[in-house]
Design a protein. Structure first.
Length: 131
């Protein structure tokens, strides 16, 4: 167990150094750096979630949506990837799909305050559109 903790600690240090190196670059360069790094590390959950979130932040929905769907397929037990998918759907103009995604997360994790808050905001926006 101590060996696993040491490996995880070393990985976290390496990831932090990588993130620090990318921080000085613009968002587009950071996205491309993550994309290159992921070519050999598709199983890296943390890097993939950061990459997908950066795509959403950059409004690159044609890339973000498939990445988010793949994250959910690969890590279905991670509630944050469902929220990332909901964000990508919402940002892609698919609020009903985003609502379904959030409702699905809340049916499994009713204590997920972030998903509940996102759903509340989404419901409010949908109600405004109907007026």
């Amino acid at each position: 167990l101590a060996g696993l903790a040491a490996v995880e600690s070393a990985y976290q240090e390496q990831l932090a150094a990588y993130e620090e190196e990318c921080a000085g670059r613009g968002l587009e360069m950071t996205i491309e750096a993550h994309k290159s790094a992921l070519a050999s590390r598709r199983d890296d959950y943390q890097m993939r979630t950061r990459y997908t979130q950066m795509l959403i932040d950059a409004q690159r929905m044609q890339e973000a949506l498939p990445e988010a769907r793949t994250l959910v397929a690969d890590f279905p037990w991670r509630r944050d990837v469902h929220r990332i998918l909901a964000t990508a759907l919402w940002s892609s103009g698919r609020p009903e799909e985003a609502r379904n995604c959030l409702q699905s997360v809340l049916s499994i994790y009713p204590d997920d305050a972030a998903a509940r808050d996102m759903l509340k905001t989404l419901e409010q926006q949908l109600a405004q559109r109907q007026k």
